[in-house]
Design a binder for this molecule. Structure first.
Ligand SMILES: [Zn+2]
Length: 262
């Protein structure tokens, strides 16, 4: 079984590569570094169901600090002043720090449905909701990062369950779509997926606005990385990763990434 440090190292390495690719595609350095960190965090998350407690001790405080900070755009959209934001951060910190760990431990068992592919997508959807009111590109970039990190953990668990062409008993318990042992965790996991997708599709005004702009051709996403960005100081982006509006009000051109393509 891969240890906690191995998981963090692998998801950290993948996160760095992912962040570098995002930067080459035109995201600001800060957004790329945040995505790399989120990917690293995603690689720790599956072991929240562990019995040892080491991972839980590390992950819960980190989540308690990271989630309210990612929600700053939400607080601002809700019109909270500085004091309101401070109180919200404190409330979410204490809720996650002291209100989630124990119930989560009771609800899950090691290598249950929390160690599964749908759980990886669920954490991505939760991250997408947490980052509400940000523009669609950095939101999707960060949400995909946590899913990627989570999936890297599952794959590593599966690799460690192989031994000289022989599968150990733990083989197939991590990178899976459903549990064959108990049915209710399957219903719960996929039920959460349906709930999260419904929440995003029905209440997400920012997503509707950005998708409409995308359909209208006002946003051009270019997934082709421009690695010259690491050596050439290309034109600046807005803080959220979208290219600045053209001064004449024209729709931005479909130029290569790094020159306004994202
Ligand atoms: Zn694991």
């Amino acid at each position: 079984m891969a240890g906690f440090k191995t998981h963090v190292s692998v998801s950290g390495g993948i996160g760095l590569a992912y962040g570098a690719a995002g930067y080459a595609c035109g995201f600001p350095l800060s957004t790329s570094l945040v995505a790399a960190s989120i990917c690293t965090l995603g690689g720790m998350l599956p072991d929240l169901d562990g019995d040892t407690g080491v991972a839980v001790r590390e992950i819960i405080p980190l989540l308690a600090a990271a989630v309210p900070i990612l929600m700053l755009d939400v607080f601002q959209h809700w019109g909270f002043d500085r004091e309101g934001i401070f109180l919200s951060i404190m409330a979410i910190y204490f809720l996650i720090r002291f209100g989630i760990g124990e119930p989560f431990k009771r609800l899950t068992r090691h290598r249950g449905m929390w160690h599964s592919i749908p759980a990886a997508f669920n954490v991505g959807l939760i991250c997408f909701l947490v980052c509400s009111y940000q523009e669609i590109e950095p939101r999707a970039f960060k949400s995909s990062a946590i899913t990627l990190g989570f999936l890297s953990h599952l794959l590593l668990d599966e690799l460690y369950s192989l031994e000289w062409f022989r599968a150990k008993s733990s083989s197939g318990t991590a990178f899976k779509l459903f549990s064959t042992k108990r049915m209710w965790p399957n219903f719960l996991t996929y039920g959460i997926t349906v709930l999260l997708v419904s929440l995003i599709l029905t209440n997400d005004q920012t997503l509707k606005r950005d998708l409409a702009a995308w359909k209208a051709g006002e946003i051009h996403i270019n997934f082709k990385p421009d690695w010259r960005r690491f050596v050439i100081n290309s034109s600046p982006k807005s803080e959220t990763g979208r290219a600045p509006e053209p001064p004449t009000g024209e729709i931005q051109s479909n130029s290569p990434a790094g020159d306004g393509g994202f």
